[in-house]
Write a protein that binds this ligand. Structure first.
Ligand SMILES: Cc1ncc(COP(=O)(O)O)c(C=O)c1O
Length: 433
């Protein structure tokens, strides 16, 4: 008999991400149309741009050697300056207005690493994080691995409901648990999975709530995840939640180059309050003592040459078209759906549409629709993956995330057609039963 490996409590708490199954199924069966995978559009990835930038970097011994050497834990200084300037441009203000300097910027291995590290320096097992319902399942999985529980605030058309966040904080205070609540996680732009954006008036209100419920000894931070900010299709960027934190005290802002440039480069950047910088760097030192330096040099050149801005512009056009194709396919197929109304969000950006079905079409992984969809050759992310167990059971059982990122336009239309055929079969079967 083989001896037992004594895994850590953390390893035992960590489950495989449910989405892995969906990714694997799509890779194994090429006929399957995966509206589940949150990957980006492939033909518009900046292949030639990257090739030219790599050639430029390697053309000179100095720049080549710098990029191929180790970088620093903090990240490439030139890139940190550039992303700070980029943020200021988006916000229409100066770095002083945000009380930020390059010291507050850390470059990471995707924004996921920073979501992990910020959580790691703040949270102990038994702590509590306020998240939206539904929320981003990778991050809630990360929290579960820390032994941290969540309290959910419902969303509406204006994104996370601030009255719900307040209620959760009041409940925690009444229970005597406020000291265990250190973070409010907020995807402020085109959130994953709903595509909804936090309304303008809720942004300041969220910072004010964090301030109101903080005490001299216990700061509550907002972890703002703005992964999709630059993928906006209908114009009109909103100021970040961070913009309402002029003392750089209550908001950690995480952004990424994965969505607006290339996920393969897996490079993110975060703006942190002073007190968090060193503790996060210490943990990052243990992880990798610096993210991929070559990728940082490449991105820095892309920003410097204007290639980055051109790529973002191009992607906005590509995804706007794909979003419109998906929404009109959904209108065509589900306009007068026999089982009752099917409602879909109309995201102004990002990569996802969130669909809500009538109760006769249950969406869970082990339900009738998922099986029928496998039979038809189409995949979606069941809404249940985006809610903690027991939270909003009615919504969790009849919602789904559909991604228009990676699938070509003709296949988006065909995928939605297959989904509708499967859904109609469920309605017919439910009526017979
Ligand atoms: C909401 C959200 N945050 C963060 C990430 C992490 O992306 P990356 O680590 O590639 O920056 C993703 C990826 O899909 C996401 O959807």
């Amino acid at each position: 008999m083989r001896t037992r490996v004594p895994f850590s409590q953390k390893a035992l708490r960590t489950q495989e991400q449910p989405i892995s199954y969906l990714m694997q199924a799509a890779v194994q069966n090429r006929d399957l149309i995966s509206l589940a995978a949150g990957l980006v559009d492939e033909p518009s990835l900046p292949v030639e741009v990257a090739r030219d930038l790599v050639n430029e970097i390697l053309a000179e011994p100095d720049s080549g050697q710098m990029a191929l050497q180790y970088g620093t834990t903090h990240g490439y200084l030139t890139l940190r300056r550039q992303v700070l300037q980029h943020l200021c441009q988006m916000e229409g203000c100066s770095a002083e207005d945000l009380n930020l300097s390059v010291e507050n910027v850390i470059i990471s291995t995707g924004s996921q690493q920073m979501l992990f590290l910020v959580s790691d320096v703040l949270l102990d097992p038994g702590d509590i994080v306020i998240v939206s319902a539904p929320s981003y399942f990778v991050y809630t999985g990360t929290l579960a691995s820390f032994g941290v529980s969540t309290r959910a605030a419902a969303v509406d058309a204006g994104g996370t409901r601030i009255d719900e966040v307040r209620r959760r904080l009041e409940e925690l205070a009444a229970e005597g648990n406020l000291a265990r609540c250190k973070l409010i996680y907020e995807m402020s732009y085109y959130q994953n999975p709903t595509g909804l954006t936090l309304a303008a008036d809720r942004r300041r209100a969220l910072v004010e709530l964090a301030r109101e419920f903080s005490t001299a000894d216990h700061r509550i931070l907002v972890l703002e995840d703005a992964a999709y900010r630059e993928l906006c299709y209908d114009g009109g960027d909103l100021p970040s939640v961070k913009r309402y934190d002029p003392d750089n005290e209550f908001v950690v802002l995480c952004q990424t180059f994965s969505k607006p440039f290339s996920p393969g480069l897996k490079t993110g950047y975060t703006f942190l309050p002073d007190e968090l910088v060193e503790p996060v760097l210490h943990q990052k030192g243990n992880h990798d003592f610096g993210s991929n330096n070559f990728a940082q040099h490449l991105i820095s050149r892309a920003i410097e040459t204007g290639a980055y801005a051109r790529q973002v512009k191009r992607l906005r056009e590509t995804y706007r078209r794909k979003r419109d194709v998906m929404l009109s396919a959904l209108d065509d197929e589900f306009g007068d759906f026999p089982g009752g109304p099917v409602s879909c969000t109309r995201p102004g950006g990002g990569l996802y549409v969130w669909a809500t079905f009538p109760p006769s079409v249950p969406t869970p992984r082990d339900g009738a629709l998922f099986a029928a969809c496998l039979g038809e050759g189409v995949l979606y992310v069941p809404g249940e993956y985006c809610y903690e167990a027991g939270v909003c059971p009615d919504m969790a059982s009849r919602t789904m995330r559909l991604c228009f990122g990676v699938v070509p336009q003709d296949k988006i239309v065909e995928g939605v057609r297959r989904l509708a055929r499967a859904a109609r079969r469920c309605v017919t079967a439910a009526a017979r039963a």
